[in-house]
Design a protein around this ligand. Structure first.
Ligand code: ZN
Ligand code: ZN
Length: 333
C-alpha cells in the first residue's frame, strides 16, 4: 500500500482505481440532500475531541498516553470502491476509554456480537425488544461513584416485582456528561425484552419504583422496537452502544476529570443481564445473519454498488477531505 497521490500517479489505464483519479480528485459536486452531519464533519468532530484529549494528557504529564492518542488513527488504509467506504483500517489504536475512534471500533464489535443475538433471543423467547432510558438526578464528584450508583439502582429495579413481571434480560450501557459545575451526570440506556404489554398503570408503577430506588428521579423512557422494521434492532442496539464522546462533552473537562478516567481501570460501562446474558454467552449466529457485519477485503465487491474494492493510504488528518471527495463522486455505472 502507498499514499493516495503515489497510487494515483502509478495507475495504468483500465485500473479500477483510475476512476478515483478522474472523479474523486476533481472538484465537481453533486447537489444532494445533506444529512445533519456528513461523514467528513463527523471525522472532524472526532479529531477535535482527540486534540482536546491529547492536550489534557500532555498537561497532566501522561506523555505516553498523549503520544498514543496522537498516533491512534493517524495513518489509515481505506477500503473503498471509489464511491463508498467499506472499511477504515488504522495502523495504530490507543484503546483509551475516551478516544472516539477507539469507541467506534468497540461499538462495531459489539454490534456484530449483539445484533444477531438480540434478534434470535426475541424470537426464541417470544418477547418484544424495547429501549429503556433511566436517569438519576444525583450528580457525583467521581465518575466511578456516579456509575456505581446508577448501575446499583438499575440492579435493584431489575429485582423488583413490577420489573420482573414484564421483562426478562437485556443489555445496557452507561452514558455520562460533565455539567458546568464539573459534576458527573450519568444515565443508562438498556435494551430489554418485554414478555407482555404494560398498561398505563403498570408503567406508572415502574416509574414509582425507580423513584423509590433512586430517591430523586421519575424519569423513565420506554419505547418499543418493531423487529419487522428493517434495521429496527440494529438501531436499537446502536442506541445502547453510543459510547463516543463528543467535543461538547469535553468542554467542561478538567485535568482532574481526565485523571479520573486514566485511573479508572475496571469500571464497567456496558453489560448484559438476566436470561439474555446466558443466551448471548452460548449463542452461535447463523453465518447469514453476520453478513451485514462482514469485514470486506480488497478485490471483493462493494456492498452498495458491486464494484471491486481497493485500498488507499490516507493520513488521518486528510480523511475529512478524502471523504468529501468520495461524497462528491458520482456513482459509477
Ligand atoms: Zn484511540
Ligand atoms: Zn460502492
Amino acid at each position: 500500500m502507498q499514499t493516495l497521490s503515489k497510487t494515483l500517479q502509478n495507475l495504468t489505464p483500465g485500473d479500477p482505481r483510475a476512476y478515483v483519479h478522474t472523479r474523486v480528485l476533481s472538484e465537481q459536486r453533486e447537489i444532494t440532500k445533506t444529512p445533519r452531519y456528513s461523514p467528513s464533519e463527523r471525522v472532524k468532530f472526532k479529531q477535535n475531541s482527540k486534540r482536546i484529549l491529547a492536550d489534557l494528557a500532555t498537561a497532566s504529564g501522561s506523555l505516553e498516553l498523549a503520544d498514543k492518542l496522537s498516533r491512534c488513527h493517524a495513518n489509515l488504509a481505506v477500503i473503498t470502491c471509489g464511491k463508498h467506504i467499506a472499511r477504515v483500517i488504522p495502523d495504530s489504536t490507543c484503546g483509551f476509554r475516551l478516544c472516539p475512534d477507539c469507541a467506534r471500533r468497540r461499538a462495531g464489535k459489539f454490534m456484530r456480537k449483539y445484533v444477531p443475538a438480540v434478534l434470535a433471543f426475541s424470537v426464541a423467547s417470544n418477547t418484544q425488544p424495547c429501549l429503556l432510558t433511566l436517569t438519576q438526578k444525583k450528580r457525583s464528584e467521581s465518575f466511578q461513584s456516579a456509575v456505581k450508583s446508577i448501575t446499583e439502582s438499575f440492579k435493584a429495579l431489575r429485582r423488583s416485582k413490577i420489573y420482573k413481571t414484564y421483562f426478562k434480560g437485556g443489555l445496557f450501557s452507561v452514558e455520562f456528561t460533565v455539567d458546568t459545575a464539573g459534576l458527573y451526570h450519568v444515565h443508562i440506556h438498556a435494551l430489554i425484552f418485554r414478555t407482555r404489554q404494560l398498561t398505563r398503570d403498570d408503567l406508572q408503577n415502574l416509574k414509582d419504583r425507580w423513584f423509590a430506588i433512586t430517591g430523586d428521579s421519575h424519569v423513565i423512557n420506554l419505547k418499543w422496537i418493531d423487529p419487522r422494521q428493517p434495521g429496527g434492532i440494529t438501531a436499537g442496539v446502536k442506541e445502547v452502544i453510543k459510547y463516543a464522546v463528543k467535543p461538547a462533552d469535553l468542554v467542561n473537562f478538567t485535568q482532574d476529570h481526565f485523571q479520573d478516567f486514566v485511573d479508572m481501570k475496571r469500571q464497567r460501562m456496558f453489560g448484559t443481564f438476566g436470561e439474555f446474558q446466558k443466551f448471548a454467552q452460548t449463542f452461535e449466529p447463523e453465518p447469514e445473519t453476520l453478513l451485514p457485519f462482514t469485514q470486506h477485503r480488497v478485490g471483493e465487491p462493494c456492498d452498495l454498488c458491486g464494484n471491486p474494492l481497493f485500498d488507499v493510504r490516507v493520513k488521518g488528518k486528510d480523511l475529512p477531505d478524502f471523504l468529501e471527495r468520495i461524497n462528491a463522486t458520482p456513482a459509477r455505472e
